[in-house]
Design a protein around this ligand. Sequence first.
Ligand code: NDP
Length: 245
Amino acid sequence: MANTKTAIITGASSGIGQATAKELARKGYSVMLAARREDRLVQLKQEIEAMDGTAEIKVTDVTSADEMQALADAAIEKFGRIDVLVNNAGLMPLSFMNKRKIAEWDQMVDVNIKGVIYGIAAVLPQMEEQKSGHIINVASVAGHDVTPGSAVYSGTKFAVRAITEGLRQELDPAMDIRATIISPGAVATELSTHITDQDILDMFASGGEMKFLEAVDIARAISYAVEQPAYVDVNEILIRPRQQK
Ligand code: NDP
């Protein structure tokens, strides 16, 4: 299939980002894979090429506005345009606030919030020039509900939802540029491996069994949002495992 559309995916080295890259490549998108772990990106590029897809990689730390701009520039250089940006990179080192894990709070603010706004800043001029584009920001059920241990993580994901909604309202209705929030519940990925607060780990260990979503379930939701006709604006998709409260 001819690759006519292009997508940048951050956090493509793992979990939801990796699955989304494969899903969009399968749908004919040329994908630009971004994350810090180059070996994982190289491996994913090879897997996509083995499926007859088109992929390029750009090692990127989303906490740097300059690196995010370089990512957008690389996509334009390789593919000529940017149809979709999936701001997916994120961290979730949950902890109780009295543990004062300030370095982890800083990381979450930097990756989960600043990464998203730097991504928007990097692609918006190109999308406005094209008069088309789609920005997908991955938030969370934790961007709707706060639970003990999720205060800062939830704060970052509430922010992602607010930023996306603000962007949506500001976008020129004369242009085909859209913004979508994807809010997953529990998905089986590496995300919980960042947790260092033993009380949170104990709380999770004592919780009941639940069938988590797979990363591909979220990839399909993202694919649904970007495949709608230009007059349809999917504002948000909230998707939980059936057994999650
Ligand atoms: P993973 O841990 O599997 O993937 C996280 C990705 O983020 C990795 O590819 C990682 O790549 C990337 N990343 C982290 N820090 C940076 C950085 N500074 N610069 C660039 N990339 C970075 O988790 P998920 O796939 O689950 O998470 C993806 C998104 O989904 C996150 O925003 C998360 O908050 C959200 N989410 C996940 C849920 C879940 O239950 N799994 C539920 C709700 C939302 P690398 O380390 O190579 O840089």
